[in-house]
Design a protein around this ligand. Structure first.
Ligand SMILES: [Mg+2]
Ligand SMILES: [Zn+2]
Length: 193
């Protein structure tokens, strides 16, 4: 960890956490915030956290849509958040898939969550103290990526969250769950300096 890594971040999964899960979402007209999500993002930033989206977008690698489509959707999200007086500090996405990717996208990368690659990259680029940071998402891969990066994690029950919790079995006891991102935001407080 770099000596100047002092910022706290909330890493957010995108689909099913910020916006309503629609498989392989890329069309702007299909984008819809989960109620309370923009306010939660604003709240994180008001508390001094960087808010960073880390998203698996294997739809790119599968040839369903392009990296430009992903960028366009992220611009749209920023525009929508501006109406709430907030924004995302950075977006990272993994376009790969180890079996279903086409051409150069078919690799066993270190950015696809459960791997922690996107969080580690963001930490390096933004001076983030991962031990003071959180990962919030609706899938096991989100929790794994967060844990492996050394963050605390919250499972939201939106998107695939309910399904994820039921798959955990008795292990679910140890997982910190929130109904949605709004509730997650009230569980996360900046540690005293
Ligand atoms: Mg998700
Ligand atoms: Zn990747």
């Amino acid at each position: 960890m770099a000596a100047d890594a002092h910022r706290r971040a909330v890493f957010l999964d995108r689909d099913g956490t910020i916006n309503i899960e629609k498989d392989y979402l890329y069309r702007i007209e299909d984008f819809q915030f989960i109620p309370g999500a923009p306010e939660a993002i604003r709240r994180f930033k008001e508390a001094g956290f960087l808010v960073i989206v880390v998203s698996n977008q294997s739809g790119v690698g599968r040839g369903y849509y392009s990296e430009d489509d992903v960028d366009r959707l992220h611009c749209h999200i920023q525009q929508e958040l501006a109406a709430y007086g907030t924004c995302i500090d950075a977006f990272y996405f993994c376009p790969h898939h180890p079996q279903q990717g086409e051409g150069a996208y078919r690799i066993d990368c270190d950015c696809r969550k459960g791997e922690p690659g996107m969080l580690l990259q963001a930490a390096g680029e933004h001076g983030i103290d991962l031990a003071q940071s959180w990962m919030v998402g609706d899938k096991l891969a989100d929790l794994e990526a967060g844990e492996r990066a050394g963050c605390r994690t919250i499972l939201v029950l939106t998107g695939y969250g309910e399904r994820t919790r039921s798959k955990l079995g008795p292990q679910a006891e140890q997982v910190c769950c929130a109904e949605d991102l709004a509730q997650a935001s009230s569980m996360i407080y900046p540690a005293p300096r």
